[in-house]
Design a protein around this ligand. Structure first.
Ligand code: ZN
Length: 194
């Protein structure tokens, strides 16, 4: 991924935003803020630049496994596109291999690729599932995401502890209720290492 260049236009916008928020952008604590904000937003949406093939980087292996592969509790941080405020939580990804498995460290990287952009949780969940399906061509893919949305938690009267769940089931996870319920019960079971 390319180094992020200084972005004077973005910095000018952030400075204007500070003024509109009733701040003095020249005061000590805010002097470097436009530059920092511009940089961090570039990073937070850098998933747009990522290409699935680069993320996977050839880590696919021929393997005759016919049991479900599940990686639970993949941390993610994203930005809701309606408020540009964070939502964050965990993703659980399962697939039923068809002659191919993927290096396990690649699944969190696929999650990051879609989390690091302006998002809605539901779309992110589908995009993760479709990406796993595209690279592995498995019998099925299941993705569940659980997230806390700061746009709900920090504003207004919403329940602060509420968690939003989204899911996407493809292939056998969609067509076979037993596969789906095996996945869901594994997702709900406590992490023995936690
Ligand atoms: Zn929002």
């Amino acid at each position: 991924m390319s180094e992020h260049q200084p972005n004077p236009q973005m910095e000018a916008l952030v400075k204007q935003m500070l003024v509109q928020l009733g701040e003095d952008p020249e005061r000590e604590g805010l002097k470097q803020t436009p530059e920092r904000v511009a940089k961090s937003y570039q990073y937070l949406v850098s998933g747009h630049e990522a290409k699935l093939a680069d993320v996977v980087n050839g880590a696919l292996f021929a393997e005759e496994v016919d049991e479900m592969v599940l990686v639970k509790d993949i941390e993610f941080y994203s930005l809701c596109e309606h408020h540009m405020l964070p939502f964050y939580g965990r993703a659980h990804i399962a697939y039923l291999p068809k002659g191919k498995i993927i290096g396990l460290s690649k699944l969190p990287r696929i999650v990051d690729m879609f989390a690091r952009r302006l998002q809605v949780q539901e779309r992110m969940t589908v995009q993760i599932a479709e990406a796993v399906s595209e690279v592995l061509e498995p019998l099925g893919v299941a993705v569940v995401t659980e997230a806390a949305h700061l746009c709900m938690m920090m504003r207004g009267v919403s329940k602060q502890a509420s968690v939003t769940t989204a899911s996407c089931m493809l292939g056998t996870f969609r067509s076979d209720p037993r596969t789906r319920s095996e996945f869901l019960s594994l997702v709900r079971s406590p992490n023995p290492l936690a």
